[in-house]
Design a binder for this molecule. Sequence first.
Ligand code: PLP
Length: 405
Amino acid sequence: MKPIAKSSKLASVCYDIRGPVLEKARQMEEDGHKIIKLNIGNLAVFGLEPPDEIVQDMIRNLSSAAGYTDSKGLFAPRKSVVHYCQEKGIQGVTVDDVYLGNGASELIVMSLNALLNDGDEVLLPAPDYPLYTAAVSLSGGRPVHYICDEQAEWYPDIADIKAKITPRTKAIVVINPNNPTGALYPDSLLQEIVDLARQHDLIVLADEIYDKTLYDGNTHTSIASLADDVLFLTFNGLSKNYRSCGYRAGWMVVSGEKRHARDYIEGLNMLASMRLCANTPGQLAIQTALGGYQSIKDLVVPGGRLCKQRDLAYELLNQIPGVSVVKPKGALYMFPRLDPKLYPIADDQQFAYELLAEEKVLIVQGTGFNWIHPDHFRLVFLPNSDDLSDAIGRIARFLDNYRKR
Ligand code: PLP
């Protein structure tokens, strides 16, 4: 029989968060090993469960939510997203500008598919959340990574962004708060990005899925609230702030200057209708979540579980010789650096395999986030304090042996 090969469109598409190292971990689990998983921001599996009112509403709505909805979604949850935009200062948003999706992921892929012709460029952060790089490649576009500077709290390097804008640049992706670094951008920096977008006619794709997962009393500014003469697509959802990754409930808001984007919006509408609609129970949960008690606050305040775990992971990682990490201001991740003098790593996927094999700890290698050197990795600080201490203790022991090689 003729071999069945994958499409050549996938040649430069990769998503290492669920890549070959995870596959190895699965095999090890089948062989009876217990793996500590620091690889995915999947809160509920760590006992960080969704607010009960969301769960109860999902159950209550199931029997009456078996039908398709409008392609963009039901009116009431979209209206609740409009109110959310008003709270965040994003001007002029109507229900028509809101698209509900099976998670933000679906809408991110859709927005890039609708936008890009072969060879069109999109500016993406390095390190990035790799879905963006994968989706740009899958859409025939060219991912162009701008550097985020670890020495400057992982903020985007504006000079690098400027240097990488070409006549083919269509959009810039801003992930704030950031996965994998935990950075939270100041308004002045966001304004500089808006100014560049205005100057060069770029669409701003703003990923704000961690906008309520903020530590140390920080507040979040939606970049789309800073201008009404640039086109913004803002992505958000219930997965993280409401600990409901599995309910697959996300949204996208089109705002700012839309008049010159009618054709693009027509494309978005067409792709939204091709996938019929987002799952209906998940759509209904959006309204409950946004209007309900914002229990994420209890987890991120000093003494709250996520804040305590962030502080613990920060302290323990920085104690390991040759390891340094910037303290996250938001989100669920750390992106520690391994000093190349102590850890001369040539292949960080191999490094992740070895850590898994020797210590049964699963992390994601930094190059999986399109980081330029094999000298970082990402971990989630979601396990409870005891499990987190155990996991980082194992990483420390592995690194101790690594230095003695
Ligand atoms: N955007 C960022 C920055 C993420 O970290 C994630 C998931 O980890 C997503 C989007 C995916 O969100 P969703 O579960 O809504 O598809």
